[in-house]
Design a protein around this ligand. Structure first.
Ligand SMILES: O=C(O)c1ccccc1NCC(=O)[C@H](O)[C@H](O)COP(=O)(O)O
Length: 259
């Protein structure tokens, strides 16, 4: 079993448990559930820099990145830096995140928040909305075409944006559908952890122009972004490069000012 299979197997068990602990009605009654979402796709299409800055304490590929930060300081730092939005990893076991991180980030900011999760069930989309997220991530590698359709249409019915992530042409071809706003190309192979920006470059020509293109993972320099922009990318998801410093917001600001 590769790491992605393990994460997803754990996720099915986790979601079944969470469903029993917190009923859907309780999620729908949350104050944040009524909040109108802010579109990340719209923010990216207007931006010159397109940075989506991530809160990421640890990861399967890098182990601990930074455990010593306050998520609200990070969120405010990213917003003040001029990032288009923030990605908040909510998986606990593999990334050290939680839905509390999302709620705290929401309380501190008004810019678009992405729930970065391994979403396999509509319940997680209701959780995302109830905790202040504007956007969900769907990963094509772990979902069938029908699941992508059902989950993305459900998110759209709640007024949320959908970022669909692919890593190869087969995943891209099965995923193209009108209920997606953004197509993300993950430069990291989530099964082997190999990273290459060439994945974004190669797949760019197969992504229809109706979608905002986002390049994800392994981006550690302004030069890398300048290299990807001519391929039509409007969004750049960066985690470790910002989070490995004492002040991710300041790091993001310096980065964005060079774009
Ligand atoms: O980051 C990992 O090691 C990882 C492993 C398995 C599944 C997902 C993983 N990461 C999630 C992400 O997509 C990244 O956190 C995100 O794109 C930012 O990447 P980076 O800038 O390289 O931190």
């Amino acid at each position: 079993m590769n790491i992605l299979d393990k994460i997803v197997a754990d996720k099915y068990k986790e979601v079944a448990l969470r469903r029993q602990l917190i009923p859907i009605k309780q999620l729908e009654n949350s104050v944040l559930f009524e909040r109108r979402c802010t579109s990340l796709a719209a923010a990216l299409s207007k931006s010159n820099s397109g940075i989506i800055a991530e809160h990421k304490r640890r990861s399967p590929s890098k182990s601990t990145i930074n455990n010593g930060l306050n998520v609200q300081d990070v969120a405010m730092g990213y917003q003040n830096a001029g990032a288009c939005g923030m990605s908040v990893l909510t998986d606990g076991k593999y990334f050290g995140g939680s839905l509390d991180d999302l709620i705290l980030a929401r309380a501190a900011t008004s810019f678009p928040l992405l729930r970065k999760e391994f979403i396999i069930d509509t319940y997680q989309i209701l959780e995302a909305k109830a905790c202040g997220a504007d956007v969900i991530l769907l990963i094509a590698a772990v979902l069938s075409q029908q699941e992508i359709k059902n989950l993305s249409e459900f998110a759209k019915s709640l007024g949320m944006d959908v970022l669909l992530e692919v890593h190869d042409l087969d995943e891209l071809q099965k995923s193209i559908m009108p209920s997606l706003d953004m197509l993300g190309v993950n430069n990291r192979n989530l099964k082997t952890f190999e990273v290459s920006l060439d994945i974004s470059k190669t797949l760019s020509t197969s992504i229809p122009d109706d979608f905002i293109k986002v390049s994800e993972s392994g981006i550690s320099s302004v030069a890398a972004i300048k290299e990807l922009m001519p391929y039509g990318y409007k969004g750049f998801l960066i985690g470790e490069n910002f989070m490995k410093t004492d002040n991710p917001g300041l790091n993001a600001e310096t980065f964005i000012n060079q774009l």
